[in-house]
Design a protein around this ligand. Structure first.
Ligand SMILES: [Zn+2]
Length: 110
């Protein structure tokens, strides 16, 4: 188990963007221009916020930290890795609900 915060995603946005769109020395196609967007993201630097990133990319998908249980965007999620391809993200509220459910079932002796 590990965690991912929205702030980590914001700090790593340029590395993630490059990883997704830069391959073998060239930029892949992306609406709006992958290299142009990369340069705009890089210019944000330490001033990067979720809203500024979304304004450049055109949506919030790169900074959303969605819970796989409730679907809500969360400042932090716990990550559960099943294998290299499958990671599950759970928000604190759902972790608490899961723990409460375990304790209730345990208390019932089932
Ligand atoms: Zn949740």
């Amino acid at each position: 188990m590990n965690t991912i915060t929205k702030q980590q995603k914001i700090k790593q946005i340029t590395e993630h963007w490059r990883g997704q769109y830069f391959c073998n020395g060239t930029w892949k196609y992306c609406k709006g221009g992958a290299e142009l967007i990369f340069n705009q993201l890089r210019q944000l630097g330490a001033k990067a916020t979720e809203d500024k990133i979304a304004a450049i990319i055109g949506n919030y998908s790169w900074t959303q930290n969605n819970c796989d249980e409730c679907g809500q965007d969360s400042e932090i999620v716990a990550t559960f890795t099943e294998d290299a391809e499958q990671v599950t993200y759970i928000c604190p509220d759902c972790l608490r609900k899961g723990l409460a459910l375990c304790e209730m079932v345990k208390a019932q002796g089932e």
